[in-house]
Design a protein around this ligand. Sequence first.
Ligand code: ASP
Length: 343
Amino acid sequence: MTKNNPNILLIYTGGTIGMIKDPETGALRAFDFDNLLVRIPELKLLDCNIETISFEEPIDSSNMAPKYWVEIAEIIEDNYDAFDGFVILHGSDTMSYTASILSFMLEHLAKPVIFTGSQLPIGDLRTDAKENLITSIQVASLQHYNKPVIKEVCLYFEYKLYRANRTTKINAEHFEAFASLNYPDLAESGVHLKVNNEYLFKPNPRKSLIVHKELDSNIALIKLFPGISEALLVSIFNTPNLKGVVMETYGAGNCTTESWFVSLLKDTISKGIHIVNVTQCSGGSVMMGQYETSEKLKRIGVISGKDITSEAAISKLMYLLGQNISANLFKTIYETSLRGEMA
Ligand code: ASP
């Protein structure tokens, strides 16, 4: 590695970005990632040293699971001191989930961890992969007085850098596949790379990285709809070992005032199962108590997810349930912004 240039570790987990079309069958398959620098000669022009590491068996991100999140966290942990920044290539389908949970797992992160991917494979003539990859590496390499500019987990896609735990995949076809509706973009790539410094996460410089690997996935995600039945909810809330539920409600956190619904939630909470209220709207915040239809939720101890995304809400629940937090502190900690994931 050259001394003065930033050292970037490129981690390939799978996804369309690293696939090539098999000339015979036409099917997409992962290519040997060690050849990345050969396939993308532009990478040699960047002012940084790049090393690559790949999942032994790259996956389509629809197969993503907690064991892979731990694997990514361990790769970062093992290489944290040797590298100035990390770029993670990941399928776009579940990228917001992985990027969100990594933001919780990497406490006191003081270096950039940039997730990116693409809608078209890197070998495709019209690919969006090259721009996403090259700019992600440039973002991870940004330094000010030899210190990284970005000190958090981000997601870069189609000319925009977002705080990872604020993103959602919004489009299955457009190159602009992600949005961060409740938090401003951290940077925009045009003729210049414009970083919006005022929105960057500022970790405590005196703390060292802690990597949390205990995740508890005994949780559920429920989206309310008019007519949802008591039987369905009873069966979900009686799932063995269930410890927490993210409930997507209407608008600013509203739900039916029918008595069976509120008493079912009350009984569930009294059994020690945490219920988090998030809005099923793409943007905006839960404000329990604003309407009669959410006031009761507040009274029975439902946790407010405020303006968190469902992806980050689920991640935060798995992370906090893995932390053995006492029952009476859980709600307060959940309602506190830990990594800039909520207002
Ligand atoms: N199915 C792919 C994945 O998420 C899509 C992509 O890479 O964008 O792995």
